[in-house]
Design a protein around this ligand. Structure first.
Ligand code: ZN
Length: 206
């Protein structure tokens, strides 16, 4: 992983996205805070929590060096409280930088969920596939959801699109208005990760 990570650093990518899955919120199981802590990198650490009841685990991920933490609005009965709690924590990499708080929306989560959370978030992560099931394609209505979030929350909110990104659609997703685009298997395809990462960077710059 360290060698793959150095390729990303070389490519000019700025953010490293961690998909944390607990096998309960979604079917897959990945890793927890020790993995986030173990990877030493100059990239910003963007931690996407697809876990049930994230409140009790926030401190572990903050201590592991997270710069961005996203929780899913429907992973807890108290999403506002979770975001409030995150807002009171310090970024261990640089206290002056603060932590970016993200709210994740599954393809089936109503957009209205964001309305009461607008004052306690800096980012909205829109999943373009359902989390934890393999082999899915980018859901086309994601573009409309990006537009709606921008209209509802304005230009200052960071919009992240996650899932189903390929060489073929990355430029289009950037044009839809995404500020942060997550891609995994389209870069780490077992062939040419550095070329893929550079291709993606160039595609969104156009
Ligand atoms: Zn993710």
């Amino acid at each position: 992983m360290a060698s793959q990570l150095s390729l990303l650093e070389e490519s000019g990518v700025e953010v490293l996205h961690f998909d944390v899955m607990d096998g309960r919120y979604c079917p897959a199981l990945t890793f927890g805070a020790p993995m986030v802590a173990a990877l030493k990198t100059s990239l910003l650490k963007d931690v996407h929590l697809m876990i049930e009841q994230p409140l009790g685990q926030l401190e572990n991920f903050v201590a592991a060096g997270a710069d961005i933490i996203t929780v899913h609005a429907d992973s807890t009965r108290h999403p506002h409280r979770v975001l409030q709690a995150l807002g009171s924590m310090r970024n261990v990499n640089d206290a002056a930088r603060g932590l970016v708080r993200g709210v994740g929306l599954n393809p089936g989560t109503p957009m209205e969920t964001l309305q009461p959370l607008r004052d306690v978030l800096e980012m909205v992560l829109i999943l373009a596939v359902n989390p934890g099931w393999g082999g899915q394609r980018f859901i086309e209505s994601t573009g409309e959801r990006v537009r709606q979030v921008r209209e509802m929350l304005g230009k200052d909110v960071i919009i992240c699109v996650d899932g189903g990104i390929t060489r073929n659609n990355v430029a289009e997703v950037a044009r839809l208005g995404a500020d942060l685009i997550v891609t995994g298997s389209a870069v780490f395809d077992g062939k040419a990760p550095l070329d893929n990462a550079r291709y993606m960077k160039a595609a969104i710059a156009l």
